[in-house]
Design a protein around this ligand. Structure first.
Ligand SMILES: [Zn+2]
Length: 253
């Protein structure tokens, strides 16, 4: 089978990349797009993509990192960030996509405009580079769509949490949705999968986060769980589903 994970974080400290990539290969994963979240993380992403043939780099600037926010001992701290330096790095790094990027209003509403400004710059860069955007839109789904609606760049909505109306807006704009394995627990992703045409669906894990299993970290091999659910919803075999999603991946990237 041809499996693909378009969004994960193999650079995370909790992950043993070598073991995880081996298990992914055994499961039939042909491509893993590991996503960067800031300058240092992007460097590690590039390193991993050189080390493992199936790992492809997406370089990005996570919405919190984009305004210098980080968590220290569970507390949100405001530091500084050199956005231009990261944009240059993204451009020179020749990534397969630009991600993880977007807007996140969950943790603070004090930097909304700043987040939006940086995201606008990133969208412009994606247009210039003609690369797809992998978008994080937590609690800011409408704002993200508003900004992306007029872009010619291809868009992947990762783990999209918006309501039916917003899902339909994404579909009207020909955005892709990447569906995580936690679809086995969250009916929300059933709704997204039902509404979205099969030709616009992708599979992701967001590993090590959002594990479909209570006792295990998430990893790219688990995209098989997404395929099981998507094929059920779309009433096709797992093989047909994986072939179509792999085709979608090739169309997009
Ligand atoms: Zn992510």
């Amino acid at each position: 089978m041809l499996l693909v994970d378009v969004h994960c974080h193999l650079t995370d400290k909790q992950i043993n990349a070598k073991e995880v990539v081996e298990r992914a290969k055994k499961a039939g994963v042909k491509v893993i797009i590991t996503n960067g979240t800031n300058y240092e993380d992007n460097l590690k992403v590039l390193e991993l993509s050189k080390q493992f043939d199936i790992v492809k780099p997406a370089l990005g600037l996570y919405p919190l990192d984009a305004v210098g926010l980080s968590f220290e001992n569970g507390e949100l701290i405001k530091g500084s960030v050199d956005v231009e330096k990261v944009l240059k790095q993204i451009e020179l790094g020749k990534p397969i996509a630009i991600g993880e990027v977007g807007i996140d209003f969950k943790w603070s509403r004090d930097y909304d405009n700043e987040q939006i400004e940086v995201f606008q710059k990133i969208i412009k860069l994606a247009e210039k580079m003609n690369k797809p955007l992998i978008v994080h839109s937590r609690n800011a789904e409408k704002e993200c769509i508003d900004l992306l609606e007029n872009t010619k760049t291809k868009v992947v909505m990762h783990c999209f949490g918006g309501n039916k109306k917003l899902v339909k807006r994404c579909i009207d704009n020909k955005f892709y949705f990447s569906i995580p394995p936690i679809i086995n627990k969250l009916m929300h992703f059933h709704m997204v999968t039902e509404l979205c045409p099969l030709s616009k669906l992708l599979t992701e894990t967001d590993s090590p986060w959002l594990s479909p299993y209570q006792d295990k970290l998430n990893e790219p091999a688990f995209v098989l769980e997404c395929l099981k659910e998507i094929s059920n919803i779309k009433k096709i075999t797992i093989e047909e589903c994986s072939n179509q999603i792999f085709k979608n991946f090739n169309d997009l990237f």
